[in-house]
Design a protein around this ligand. Structure first.
Ligand code: UT7
Length: 337
């Protein structure tokens, strides 16, 4: 294994924000050919939070970022990384506006696009900034207003995806201390990019000189095949990350996977041999919030006691790209906001 160079990234603050509007399965069943029974049994979702017209990703990101800074008890920040699939605009990146609205001045700020793996790819970017000495304190925000790209008529995606934001403040520290982000294992498979996509709105469609075909501006997912990849990739990458940390899988106290679908999470945890009482989940009331999924779950679990200092935590995610990742950390003493 390549030895780590430079300081480790250590989790020192944590916050999350969900927009207040809640949509139930009954609400969806009134306008789509679906049912509460189908959605609960196939996805594990009962309710989800959604943005209302006029609210953008940056609005969610600022709330979560502010909470993470409050939790850290120190608002010095050298860089801002925003993981999102739903930037406020195609150009420029949303992170600089978020940094400005948080009063962070002229710090470097950029977006990371790795769909539902965005938090973990953002974590790798933040860790790199710290390890290289470019920054001592990085605010990583993962925020998605996913419902803004969902086709409201598509029952296969409209029942799953939702909106939210989570954020962590990472500071330079020692590899062995609680909160230090462990070795990260990341991967991608661009040959299967068509499984999760928004076909229009980028250079491919625009350079064709033709307007977008109806519906092509919306998110699409080939559900069943994506499901299979998600289970395989998250199982394998979780195993590798635990090994890299020198942990046996039965030592993992808390398993935190991207909240894609309760059945996917169950299959992955079963394959890893992680018992139910060590699996964290909030999909029933938040749905799939894209990049925000992991930090929102971490913040909720830290607040309700599901995560406690000293727990060995295994994180994993899978998403469009395709993209996937996993890492580990020993949970630190951190205030949840
Ligand atoms: O977050 C990034 C990664 N995302 C994922 O990992 C998600 C992966 N995929 C999934 O979670 C699941 O594949 C879905 C929840 C999207 C779909 O569940 P499924 O059990 O794989 O259903 P399916 O696509 O195989 O469809 C089964 C049936 C179909 O009807 P027929 O062809 O059997 O008559 C669908 O048309 O269920 C139908 N269906 C629905 N019925 C009621 C699909 N969506 C709905 C719906 N309500 N909302």
């Amino acid at each position: 294994m390549t030895p780590r160079r430079g300081p480790a990234a250590v989790l020192a603050g944590l916050g999350a924000y969900l927009p207040p509007q809640v949509v139930t399965n009954e609400d969806l069943s009134r306008r789509l050919d679906t049912s509460d029974e189908w959605i609960r049994s196939r996805t594990g979702i009962a309710t989800r939070h959604v943005v209302t017209p006029g609210t953008a990703t940056s609005d969610l990101a600022v709330e979560a970022g502010w909470r993470a800074l409050k939790s850290a008890g120190d608002d010095r920040v050298d860089a801002v990384v925003l993981a999102t699939t739903t930037p406020d605009q195609p150009c420029p990146a949303t992170a600089p506006q978020v940094a400005a609205r948080l009063g962070l001045g002229h710090v470097p700020a950029f977006d990371v696009a790795a769909v539902c793996s965005g938090f973990l790819f953002g974590l790798a970017s933040a860790e790199g900034l710290i390890a290289s000495g470019l920054a001592e304190r990085v605010l990583l925000i993962a925020a998605d207003a996913f419902t803004t790209i969902i086709n409201p008529e598509d029952r296969t995606t409209a029942v799953i995806f939702a909106d939210g934001a989570g954020a962590v403040l990472l500071r330079a520290g020692e590899a062995g201390e609680p909160g230090a982000i462990g070795r990260q294992i990341l991967g991608s498979d661009g040959e299967s990019s068509h499984l999760i996509e928004v076909p229009a709105g980028g250079s491919r469609q625009r350079s064709s000189g033709r307007p977008a075909a109806p519906g092509d501006e919306y998110f699409r997912m080939v559900g069943r095949e994506t499901y299979r990849h998600a289970v395989e990739r998250m199982t394998s990458v979780s195993t590798q990350a635990a090994e890299a940390a020198g942990w046996r899988l039965d030592e993992v106290d808390r398993f935190v996977a991207h909240q894609a679908n309760a059945r996917i999470l169950g299959s992955v945890a079963d394959r890893l041999g992680i018992p139910e009482d060590r699996r964290l989940s909030n999909i029933a009331h938040v749905g799939n919030t894209g990049a925000a999924s992991i930090p929102v779950l971490l913040a909720e679990a830290a607040a309700d006691g599901g995560l406690r200092a000293g727990h060995k935590v295994l994180l994993t995610a899978f998403g469009g790209g395709l993209s996937w990742g996993a890492t580990t950390l020993v949970w630190p003493e951190v205030a949840a906001t």
